[in-house]
Design a binder for this molecule. Structure first.
Ligand code: ARG
Ligand code: ZN
Length: 852
């Protein structure tokens, strides 16, 4: 594996050439495409004689400098580059090359999703389309002509504005697009297909009209309206919250079925995984509608945070991603329930990012090196990155934060910058010194905070000690600087004070005077810092009842449940005060979705993260026992919640109805462990009668896991209704792969032969194989069958789509912390993958880090 080399941030060098303009022509055919690329180039570094362009597997047709065809002695082609020797200081380079989008299963560069030509170039896909300085700090003005058969590809799109359409010979047609905004190649996009679309418009604050189009497979047009509505909401929000207007006459979104990620913010031509565009009330769950709203907004927000101001190099990825995730989280909080949004965001951070941060693949939000950049589109860079921006927002306050983002946009518009540039603007506009804050960008692992309290003579002392994990290579790391929101309550539950402490030292004390009695501490309110709080004996039941902070209320319920389950794992009886406190939650008259969250028991992943040596069986056993006990104890109350909120004939997606559904479905999940025929019937009736997809999938999942007698019929019904809608079939596969019933692995293996399943479509692979790899019960089976199966799949899929393979490999990240028996079983499989001939860089990087 010696040819696999890492790239280091410390080696960054400015580009030696600039590209003033680029003119691209794509001649698309059924077997291949011819790309003609004409670049006006200038030497930036006068000493540089050779122009080295990034180029993957180049099949060169012709090469010219200033219209002079170059002889073979003037250039060198390698696997990853095209070097042109002895170039003048100013010249036009013309490259003609041949590519095969139809054979491109990696879904990077130009490829086909079904019958649609589309692109995905971030981070380094463009170099497989044409030789280029494929790095984000080389920005240029693009003009693109797409030529294809008129009948098969009536829609031809690229970035910017449409400037020309021409009929050509042989029933072919060309369309030319011009994007006036200089941009890096990773934002280049092209689409050609026979697409349906919906159209709308938006008038910006300063009065320009923008044409909005969403393109999809014909027949799906009616499923695009929620995405369109979300786009307009996002455009308005960015004007109001950040003063940012859209800057082209047209905004196009295209939905494709084969896409490695969620979506891509290409300038004026976003390309989306269809899962984040298409929805209607029959086929999409409430979570799908929310997901679409947030991803549509995320990509739109990138227009300013990502496109107008981009990254100098890929180590800066969090500059655009952390910031843009923070922006989309705030957008969703403003448009929906803010308290629920915050808890959902924290939940997903802890389930994914905390796990990553405790694993051998942990990295700072600004990594120091990578082998495959594709491996760094992680929850650390994205979600922890968003938490870091959120902390800055908290430290600065809303008003200063807005001044600072204004300054950021003003200072760096049109440039490719670094996270230091961003921090400079935050600091400059607010006058707040953020130098101590930088550790968040350069260190990995989740910081812990040990909390100790004492009280005497009216003085309450809070002693905070930071426990900082070492980096992956065992080097010691420094203390963090962060805002810690907290409050103190008196015995009657009244709030005595609420404030934001700034934690900066390894150990420090905060003193609160003139208190009548020992106060009750409410700490890390709103999850103001992405840390783990360690506190002996907190007053969970009290905080669940009285705290004004919706996050701490939730957290206390979670922590109380964790404590209870862990004591059961140690053989103790069920803690009756927890059961009592849980009962009070059932009576609360609060936002329904929030209530549904409060009633959820901690996930297996949460419990597993707290174990020194992870083993799943004891967790399941204790959690199931507690769930059963709660169901028996509160059956009547929970049934009433169910009945009061069950409206099977309503599928509307307003927040009230979504709230009712989430609470009602929570109630059904609480009741399921009773396993009585009555609950089985109730679940079956919900499946049969409800108009909402959320209701149907919850019912189906419960039937599958708990009432196998009823499951077959419902599953059969679901399959026959939806087998033509791949997006819905993803739900079907997920339920079956996540199941705890007997024989799941065998079934997953068989499902691969289902006519709906396609190993080349990432969504399907994720919902069948990816979900199985997170089915703790069967993935970690003590006969290694789960590991063997997933390892086989990784090896097989690595040859088709390395990004997908290394994504699946993520399931093994728990390796270093799992119990010795499982660890040995895993090691054998990981080694087997590593020994595979021609393993991709992507998979090599992940697996070798895990095994180290
Ligand atoms: N920039 C895109 C987004 O966050 C994601 C692109 C991911 N690309 C990749 N190769 N992993 O919206
Ligand atoms: Zn993004």
């Amino acid at each position: 594996m010696s040819e696999i080399e890492a790239i280091y941030l410390k080696d960054y060098k400015k580009p030696a050439f600039s590209i003033e303009s680029v003119n691209l022509e794509f001649d698309l055919y059924e077997e291949f495409a011819i790309v003609t690329n004409i670049m006006k180039m200038n030497k930036v570094d006068g000493n540089e004689k050779t122009l080295e362009l990034h180029s993957t597997d180049l099949e060169l047709v012709e090469l010219y400098i200033n219209d002079l065809k170059l002889k073979e002695s003037r250039y060198i082609i390698s696997k990853e580059s095209l070097s042109v020797l002895n170039v003048p200081s100013e010249f036009t380079l013309k490259v003609v090359n041949k590519i095969y989008p139809q054979n491109n299963t990696e879904l990077e560069g130009l490829y086909k999703s079904g019958s649609i030509f589309c692109t995905q170039n971030e981070p380094e896909g463009f170099r497989s389309i044409t030789p280029y300085l494929d790095r984000p700090d080389v920005m240029s003005v693009f003009t693109t002509t797409v030529i294809a058969d008129k009948e098969s590809y009536p829609v031809l799109l690229s970035n910017g504005n449409k400037v020309d359409t021409k009929d050509r010979v042989d029933k072919r047609r060309s369309v030319t697009w011009h994007d006036p905004h200089p941009k890096p190649s990773y934002l280049f996009a092209l689409v050609a297909g026979d697409l349906g679309s919906i159209t709308d418009e938006f008038t910006t604050a300063s009065g320009s009209n923008v044409e909005l189009n969403i393109y999809c497979d014909k027949g799906n047009e009616s499923k695009c309206y929620h995405a369109m509505k979300s786009l307009k909401e996002a455009m308005l929000w960015d004007e109001q919250k950040y003063g940012r207007e859209y800057d082209l006459d047209i905004y196009n979104i295209v939905a494709v079925d084969s896409f490695n990620m969620g979506a891509m913010e290409n300038k004026g031509l976003n390309i989306f995984n269809s899962a984040y565009v298409l929805a209607d009330e029959d086929s999409a769950s409430d979570a799908n509608f929310m997901g679409i709203q947030s991803v549509i907004a995320h990509e739109y927000f990138h227009n300013w945070t990502g496109n107008r101001i981009t990254c100098r190099d890929w180590f800066q990825l969090t500059l655009k991603e952390g910031l843009t995730v923070f922006r989309d989280q705030c957008f969703s909080a403003d448009l929906n329930s803010a308290e629920v949004q915050r808890i959902d965001d924290v939940k997903s951070l802890r389930e994914r990012q905390f796990v990553e941060d405790a694993s051998p693949t942990a990295h700072p939000i600004q990594p120091k090196s990578y082998i495959s950049m594709n491996n760094f589109y992680t929850s650390t860079v994205y979600e922890k990155g968003a938490e870091v921006i959120r902390m800055i927002h908290t430290l600065l306050g809303e008003e200063n934060y807005r001044k600072a983002t204004d300054l950021y946009f003003k200072s760096f518009d049109g440039q490719a910058v670094t996270t230091d540039d961003f921090l400079w603007a935050m600091q400059e506009a607010s006058g707040i010194d953020l130098s101590a804050f930088k550790t968040w960008y350069h260190q990995s692992g989740t910081p812990k905070l040990k909390v100790e309290e004492s009280f005497s003579d009216g003085v309450y002392k809070l002693t905070l000690t930071q426990v900082i994990p070492n980096a992956v290579d065992s080097t010691k790391q420094n203390p963090y600087y962060y805002p810690l929101k907290m409050g103190l309550l008196d015995e009657s539950g009244e709030e005595i004070l609420a404030q934001t402490l700034v934690v900066s030292k390894e150990r420090e004390e905060f003193i609160f005077q003139n208190l009548k009695s020992k106060p009750i501490l409410s700490i890390n309110r709103a999850f103001s810092a992405p840390i783990i709080v360690e506190q002996k004996s907190a007053e969970y039941a009290f905080l669940m009842k009285y705290d004004s902070d919706s996050f701490v209320k939730y957290e206390s319920a979670q922590n109380f449940a964790v404590e209870t389950i862990e004591s059961m794992m140690r053989g103790q009886e069920i803690n009756s005060s927890f059961v009592e406190a849980y009962g009070h939650l059932l009576d609360l008259d609060i936002d329904l979705s929030y209530k549904a969250l409060l009633l959820e028991l901690p996930s297996v992943s949460t419990l597993m993260q707290r174990q020194d040596e992870v083993d799943f069986e004891p967790i399941y056993e204790a959690k199931e026992k507690l769930a059963k006990h709660l169901a028996v104890t509160f059956e009547d109350k929970v049934m009433k919640l169910y009945v009061d909120n069950h409206f099977p004939n309503v599928s509307a997606i307003d927040s009230l109805n979504m709230g009712k559904r989430s609470l009602k479905n929570r109630a059904l999940k609480i009741l399921a462990p009773l396993e009585t025929p009555a609950i089985g019937k109730l679940t079956q009736a919900q499946y049969n009668e409800s108009l909402s997809m959320s209701d149907r999938v919850v019912a189906l999942d419960i039937l599958e896991n708990t009432f196998s007698d009823f499951a077959l019929e419902a599953l059969g019904d679901f399959y026959s209704k939806y087998k033509d809608q791949t997006l819905v079939m993803n739900k079907y596969f997920s339920i079956l792969s996540a199941s705890h019933r007997e024989g799941v692995l065998k079934r997953v293996i068989e499902l691969q032969n289902d006519e709906v399943y396609d190993e080349k479509v990432p969504n399907l692979v994720r919902s069948l194989i990816g979900v199985f790899a997170r089915n703790y019960k069967y993935f970690h089976a003590k006969d290694a069958s789960g590991y063997k199966f997933v390892a086989d799949k990784i090896i097989e899929i690595d040859k088709i789509n390395p990004q997908m393979a290394s994504g699946l490999a993520g399931a093994f990240k728990i390796y270093s912390r799992i119990n010795t028996l499982n660890k040995e079983l895993m090691r054998v499989e990981l080694q087997r993958i590593l020994n595979t001939k021609e393993l991709s860089k992507n998979s090599f990087e992940i697996i070798s880090k895990i095994l180290k």
